[in-house]
Design a protein around this ligand. Structure first.
Ligand code: ASP
Ligand code: MG
Length: 406
């Protein structure tokens, strides 16, 4: 008898009919004899709706009260799903994060899980019940309700799977797995049967928003087998796990893209120790996250520095950089929001040379100019003009042989 954690997102629970469908799926899984713990999100749109209400009352609502408010979304779905399960003859019991005792730190709105006491859950499973737990929430030591950050139900599911030593954590969502590229851009993108934690982390941080990044980090740390699959259709989904010999032999697993970045350049900076810090320090102090950074080899004691930030932070970063430019006596500041980042990701890169040159050559043949390049052990990213997004992703997808056989 296996112990399986299921997680259903907001779209899968977006209406009474969908909740019934989830109940049916959970009941069917239970009937195979497995023990089932279900983690749920709020109904789709509910978290945003609640946030909107708070914002009608205050521009800066207290984080503690936001957590009290937002946690109600998941409290609704645990109860409704449990009711639906019992109605079908599947014994079930619902718990809020605080009741299960998902203990977190007290960082409201972005709390981290410290400990989970699985006692309640284990005794209910032993009594044959399906246990339905509210995702995204916990309590701090004083009993204050906390939430884990948007998309946090994925993390609750993985954390519960780790604490209960579950055999697998299944994330049911509106896509049927992890793809070699965004199927909306590449019609011949292929669902991957397996992918490693490392690759998944790169793909999620590069803009393939299938899973909350923290949940994958958690899964990797505690070696939780994580599977992404559709709540609307049957299928094996994609298993995210440790690297092993039986995995697909591909050098590249997928092509990711990110449309949310903008780039900034400061030109004619005096080339001396400490300049990177003087330029990027104030950006970091303003809580703006920097992604790629490129500094040019200096000439005539002057150098240039280019970096990318989230588009939402572009105006803020530009203003800061302009001030820095004046203070430092640098020549000028330029910026561009019409860029995209395209990345090839694969652990096979470690043992195969030539991925970068193959990538650059393929882009060159299509006349796509590369503006920036960055690499890690298992990925190569390029920044290009946004008009090349589709062409670039499709070109690389076929160049690396990722297409579905038709
Ligand atoms: N309901 C929360 C959100 O919308 C948590 C989640 O869905 O995972 O972000
Ligand atoms: Mg989600």
């Amino acid at each position: 008898m296996a112990l399986i954690v299921h997680k259903y997102g907001g779209t899968s629970l977006g209406s009474i009919d969908r909740i019934k469908a989830v109940a049916e799926r959970v009941h069917a899984a239970r009937k195979t004899g497995d023990n089932i713990v279900v983690v749920v999100s709020a109904m789709s749109g509910e978290t945003d709706r609640l946030l909107g209400l708070a914002n009608e009352l205050s521009e800066v609502p207290a984080p503690r009260e936001i957590d009290v408010l937002l946690s109600t979304g998941e409290q609704v779905t645990i109860a409704l799903l449990s009711i639906a399960l019992k109605e079908r003859g599947c014994d079930a019991i619902s718990y809020t994060g605080g009741q299960v005792r998902i203990l977190t730190d007290n960082a409201h709105n972005k709390a981290r899980i410290l400990d989970i006491s699985g006692q309640h859950i284990k005794s209910n499973l032993a009594a044959g019940k399906v246990v339905v737990v509210a995702g995204f929430q916990g309590v701090d030591e004083e009993g204050n309700i906390t939430t884990l950050g948007r998309g946090g139900s994925d993390t609750t599911a993985v954390a519960l799977a780790a604490a209960l030593k579950a055999d697998e954590c299944r994330i049911f969502t509106d896509v049927d797995g992890v793809y070699t590229a965004d199927p909306r851009l590449v019609s011949r993108a292929r669902r991957l049967d397996t992918i490693t934690y490392e690759e998944m982390l790169e793909l999620s941080s590069l803009g393939s928003k299938v899973l909350q990044i923290r949940s994958v980090e958690f899964a990797q740390k505690y070696r939780v087998k994580l599977r992404v699959l559709s709540s609307f259709e049957e299928g094996p989904g994609t298993l995210i796990t440790e690297e092993d010999e039986s995995m697909e032999e591909a050098i590249i697993s997928g092509i990711a893209h990110n449309k949310d970045e903008a780039k900034l350049t400061i030109v004619g900076v005096p080339d001396k120790p400490g300049i990177a810090h003087s330029i990027l320090g104030p950006i970091a102090d303003a809580n703006v996250e920097v992604d790629m950074i490129v500094q040019n080899v200096g000439a005539d004691n002057l150098t240039d520095l280019t970096f990318t930030v989230h588009r939402n932070d572009y105006d803020k970063a530009l203003a800061i950089l302009k001030a820095t430019c004046e203070n430092m006596g640098a020549r000028e500041v330029t910026g561009d929001i019409s860029i995209v980042k395209i990345s090839v990701v694969g652990i096979g890169m470690r043992s195969h040379a030539g991925v970068a040159s193959k990538m650059f050559n393929a882009l060159a043949k299509e006349g796509i100019n590369i503006i920036m390049i960055s690499t890690s052990e298992i990925k190569i990213s390029v920044v290009v003009h946004e008009k090349y997004l589709e062409l670039g992703v499709r070109t690389l997808h076929s160049e690396f042989g990722l297409e579905q056989e038709s």
